[in-house]
Design a protein around this ligand. Structure first.
Ligand SMILES: [Zn+2]
Length: 466
């Protein structure tokens, strides 16, 4: 009996020692992990190796995929930069946050940066595209915000800007001089370079070119009417080779950013999210660029989430939206009081019958007959995805298109005529969601951003304003 008691005492002692010095060697996860959020401009998942990209464009993202959850069915809420980023930052769809036009200035509201700053995070943002310049107020809540790569404006217009190197230097500079290690960090970085014109620097301009391709001049891509769906297949393949070159060039810069974060002990315990603000059209439905429609090529995005210490990894096939990042980030950061929003935290089960929504206010400019100015014509698009069904509507034109995306993932065969009851039901979902969004938007004063002539010129060169 005595020996047994002694044995128990010794066992407890050994167990305690193990707990303290064995398993205890592993530090507990920080309550407020660092959060790194990176958005890459106009990146389609079918041009990313760890998705269905056929070329080795993204070795860095592919390595990130191994320690992340990779979301196969992630979607942006729209097909352009400003409205999409505002949704990432607020967890609200564009008609709810109100920043849904080219000149919009996001109202002061609870954004990720504001909320995390209130929780004691050091908040730092880096932006290289014009819509993230501080005039649009997506910089609110960032204690440190470097948008200098987005306001170069001197190198022949936005489409010629090569900003990746400036972004990497800005992040390095911050980590070296401004980082306050006593606070957890929220770092946001938006990389612009995959945006058209696709003119990657050497050697990326040759990396994916083969002898059969026909070279064409890609300068002034958006306004050049010769770059149209009339192009030969070998010319379109050349365009894609240059887009892939921009992606490979940006991926290589990510390696430098990831290395800098690792050196600053900002990797292992951090939540790292990498995604894109929207996709890109290459005449899939006849058009080029983005901000034109809501078909899959414009809204399907890559999404990698590396959880602190990579506690979850693998593929996740749930239907998710970038509005979901808001509560995912805040929950990971331990924020108790998360403001009302329209997403679902990725940390929780997503309802089986979930619907995700898309909206776009596309503006077209027509020169007046007397050439004295331009008339703007707005075109509203809405879409909903529920299970394997997607409805795309343009109410003003009476367009209602239904796609069975399980059988037709590239949304080429409109089968609305075969299933009017489903079309009506899905249209009702859009109406309900829109009402909910408008309720959010009540009492909000949508304002215009005050832009300099130089900034307007950049937006003009991209075809975004008149
Ligand atoms: Zn964009």
């Amino acid at each position: 009996m005595k020996r047994t008691a002694q044995f128990f005492k010794e066992s407890i002692f050994v167990a305690l020692v193990l707990a303290l010095f064995g398993c205890g060697l592993e530090k507990p996860l920080p309550k407020q992990p660092n959060i790194i959020l990176i958005t890459l401009e106009s990146l389609r998942p079918d041009h990313v190796g760890s998705y269905t990209g056929p070329r080795p464009t993204t070795p860095m993202l592919d390595r990130l995929a191994e320690e992340s959850v990779v979301y196969d069915e992630a979607h942006s809420v729209t097909s352009w930069t400003l409205a999409s980023h505002a949704s990432i930052f607020t967890g609200l769809y564009p008609s709810a946050h109100g920043a849904n036009q080219s000149r919009s200035r996001l109202d002061d509201m609870p954004t990720l940066a504001r909320l995390l700053r209130e929780e004691g995070y050091q908040t730092a943002g880096f932006a290289s595209g014009p819509y993230l310049a501080r005039n649009h107020n997506l910089s609110q809540g960032f204690e440190f915000y470097d948008d200098s790569p987005a306001t170069l404006g001197t190198q022949g217009g936005a489409h010629k800007d090569v900003t990746n190197v400036k972004m990497v230097s800005a992040i390095h500079r911050f980590l070296k001089k401004e980082r306050k290690p006593e606070s957890p960090l929220f770092l946001f970085a938006y990389f612009w370079d995959p945006h058209y014109d696709y003119i990657p620097p050497s050697p990326y301009d040759r990396m994916f070119v083969d002898d059969e391709m026909t070279r064409i001049n890609l300068e002034g891509y958006e306004s050049n009417s010769l770059i149209s769906s009339e192009l030969e297949a070998e010319e379109i393949r050349f365009i894609l080779s240059q887009y892939d070159g921009e992606i490979a060039w940006t991926d290589q810069m990510l390696e430098r950013v990831f290395d800098a974060l690792k050196q600053a002990s900002l990797w292992e315990d951090s939540l790292v999210i990498v995604t894109s603000d929207h996709g890109e059209e290459f005449f899939d439905h006849g058009k080029k660029g983005h901000k034109k429609s809501l078909y899959v090529e414009s809204v399907h995005v890559p999404l990698f989430v590396k959880f602190p210490r990579a506690t979850r990894t693998g593929r996740d096939a749930r239907l998710v939206s970038l509005v979901d990042l808001f509560s995912t980030v805040l929950e990971t950061a331990g924020v108790a009081d998360i403001p009302d929003h329209q997403g679902h935290s990725l940390l929780r089960p997503v309802p089986e019958d979930r619907s995700i929504f898309f909206e776009l206010l596309a503006s077209h400019y027509f020169q007046d007959a007397d050439r004295s100015g331009y008339t703007r014509k707005d075109e509203e698009w809405f879409a909903v995805r529920k299970g394997d069904w997607k409805l795309v509507t343009v109410p003003e034109q009476g367009r209602r298109e239904l796609y069975a995306v399980g059988a037709d993932p590239v949304e080429q065969f409109d089968i609305a005529i075969t299933d009017p009851a489903r079309v009506d039901a899905m249209e009702a979902l859009i109406a309900l969601w829109l009402k909910n969004s408008v309720d959010f938007a009540e009492n909000r004063n949508a304002a215009e951003a005050v832009l300099s002539e130089d900034q307007l010129e950049r937006l003009r060169a991209l075809g975004y304003v008149e």
